[in-house]
Structures are given as C-alpha cells and as structure tokens.
Design a protein around this ligand. Structure first.
Ligand code: NAD
Ligand code: AKB
Length: 313
C-alpha cells in the first residue's frame, strides 16, 4: 500500500483548517503538512507539521515537495470573489499562477493526486438560474470566476496531456464556525450567525430575495475527501464537478435563525457584492457527481442553522 504524505497549501483559511484536521484524522497528523503565508492557525497547533510557504515561489514549493516526500497536494490558496474585485490583477495572478506552479511540480515529481477547488463563481448571468447543469453556458463576470474557469481547463489539460490525477469541485458558498471566511460574496451566510448571537440583528449586504447555492462545511469536507478517495476510473469530469447542498435567500436564513432567537431582526444595505451574487445561479444540478461517486449532502437549511447556533454558542 502507498503511504501518502499530503501537503495542504492555504491551510489556515476557511476550508484549510477543517480539511487539514480531517485529513490528519484519516492519514495521521505527521503525514499531513499544513502550509500558508499566514501564521499557523491556533486550531492546527500541535496536530501536525506546519511550514510557512508562499505558493507563488515555485522553487520553494518544489523544495518542500521533495524535502517532505509529498505524494498528494491540496491547493486552497486563492483570492475570492469580493476581494478579487478590489484587486483584479492580484487575484488573477495568485489564482492562476499558484495552480500552474502546483500542476507543473505534480507533473515533474509524479505526485499521485492533486486537489484544487473551483466555484459556482464560474457561472455568469447567461447560465441557467435554476438547477444549473454541469455543462452549460459559462460567461463569468468576476475576475475570480474567470480565474476559476481558466483553472478548470488547466486541470483538464494537465490530466489529458500529462496524466496528472487532478480533481476538483465547484463549491457553493461554504458556511462554517471554526475559521473565518476570507472575502467572498457568500460570506453573509456566516456573518449573520456572528451578528445574530452578538447583537440579535444583522445588516445584510445582499437583497432579501438573493437566492444562492450554499453548503455546510462538514458536507464540503466530506465531498472533497470522497472525491479524492474515489477510484480513478469513476472520475469522468476533469474540469470540476458541480456539487449542491442547499439554496436559500437572506430572508429565509433570517427566518430560520428567528426560530432559535425570536427577537432577531434584519435590514438590507446592498453593496457592490449584490451584482456578483445576482450573476450566479440560484441552485445547482449535481447529478453527475451523484452518479460518478455517489455524492449526497447531509445538511439542509434547518439542520445547518441549528448546528451553527449550537456550536457557536
Ligand atoms: P481563504 O481565503 O479563507 O483561505 C485561503 C488561504 O490561502 C489563506 O489562509 C491565505 O493566507 C492563503 N494564501 C493566500 N495567498 C497565499 C500564498 N501566496 N501562498 C500560500 N498561501 C496563501 O479561502 P477559503 O474560503 O478557505 O477557500 C479555499 C479555496 O476554496 C479557494 O480556492 C476558494 O476559491 C475555494 N472556494 C471557497 C469557497 C468558500 O465559500 N469558502 C467557495 C468556493 C470555492
Ligand atoms: C465567494 O463568495 O467568493 C466564494 C465562492 C462561492 O466561491 N464563497
């Protein structure tokens, strides 16, 4: 049996912390090397090795891969949709160069598997709004969406041309309480819990009827590991798989929170993130992921809300 040694890049971010902890639970703490530009997240301390690493420095990345005998890479470093619009050049540069650095090294060093997440942000205003299919019109309007769509095709290219086993999911907005979200348009669905518990009130930067696809973090972590552990012959999509959890609007999540915190109130002050959200689908068709590797979410709006409030209290 191959003994895997995993490198997680961007391990101190919203997904990275929880994914690293779960990978360490499965593969053993010493076999999962966490890395980031930032200081080590307190939740990771003492659970396994940590290296400070800038993924843009290809030489340093290459040295770490060789030095640590890495066999799998999870690349999570990116600039998300809202922050990306403030500095489009930086977002394009980080999101695409980081992926090319990792794919090149994976090709040269025979890395067994690579994971790189895409996003529902690849879709744009011309994509279907409801049950957006795996293959459809894709015309993203954010630099983040453009970088993710380009990245999907780089993954596809490296798989077909060089046989790099790179796998990917188009995550919806992710909702978690262990680590903070990092500059996305769907972040309102995390902020709302913090403000509800602190002030019993939330001012939302989207309109009340802005439906978006969302997922509770435990489902996203499970989807990631299920995809990565699936047999290679089950993977028919080498760009990125649609996956779906739940869909709701700010008004609906507010009403759900109100069932637990009766005095909770909301108002709306839409900003530059509203057109981004309105350009994305409201719900996602993930039938290809269901068929290929048996994907099925566990959480809906009600169960996610009660878990979030229970854990955050
Ligand atoms: P995040 O912003 O919370 O974390 C990204 C991490 O990467 C940060 O800790 C940051 O310090 C690190 N990083 C940035 N530049 C780096 C560099 N040059 N070298 C090394 N590390 C660097 O992001 P996240 O929400 O955890 O997202 C992880 C991945 O999942 C991204 O590719 C993102 O596009 C994708 N995704 C996230 C969501 C979501 O809702 N969180 C949804 C869809 C897709
Ligand atoms: C964002 O809002 O930018 C992310 C995403 C959906 O990719 N959460």
């Amino acid at each position: 049996m191959i003994k895997d040694k995993i490198l997680v890049i961007g391990a101190c971010g919203q997904i990275g912390v929880e994914l690293t902890l779960e990978l360490r639970r499965i593969y053993g703490g010493a076999n999962v090397v966490a890395s980031d530009l930032r200081e080590e997240n307190p939740l990771l301390k003492g659970t396994g090795p940590y290296v400070s690493l800038d993924v843009m420095n290809k030489e340093m990345l290459h040295v770490q891969v060789i030095r640590q005998n890495i066999t799998q890479i999870y690349l999570l470093a990116a600039i998300l949709s809202a922050t990306g619009e403030k500095n489009p050049n930086l977002a394009w540069h980080l999101n695409t160069t980081s992926l090319l650095n990792v794919l090149d090294i994976a090709k040269d060093e025979n890395i067994r598997k690579v994971y790189w997440p895409s996003s529902i942000a690849v879709f744009g205003p011309t994509s279907p709004k409801k049950n957006c299919p795996q293959q459809t019109i894709i015309e993203p309007i954010t630099v983040y969406g453009i970088s993710k769509y380009a990245g999907e095709f780089w993954c596809n290219y490296f798989n077909h041309r060089y046989k790099v086993d790179v796998r990917s999911l188009r995550y919806p907005g992710l909702i978690s309480y262990k680590s903070e979200p990092g500059g996305g348009t769907t972040d309102y669905a995390v902020e709302i819990f913090h403000d509800a518990l602190a002030e019993n009130h939330y001012t939302c930067f989207l309109k009340e009827d802005t439906y978006l696809p969302m997922m509770y973090m435990p489902d996203a972590i499970r989807a990631t590991i299920e995809l990565m552990e699936s047999d290679e012959d089950k993977i028919s999509i080498r760009t990125s798989y649609n996956i779906s959890g739940m869909s709701f609007s700010p008004k609906e999540i507010g009403e759900e929170i109100k069932k637990h915190l009766p005095g909770f109130t909301m108002n709306y002050e839409p900003d530059y993130r509203l057109p981004i959200a309105q350009s994305w689908p409201q719900s996602i068709d993930d039938s290809v992921a269901q068929k290929d590797w048996d994907w099925k979410p566990k959480y809906n709006l009600a169960s996610m809300t009660s878990e979030m409030l229970k854990n955050m209290k």
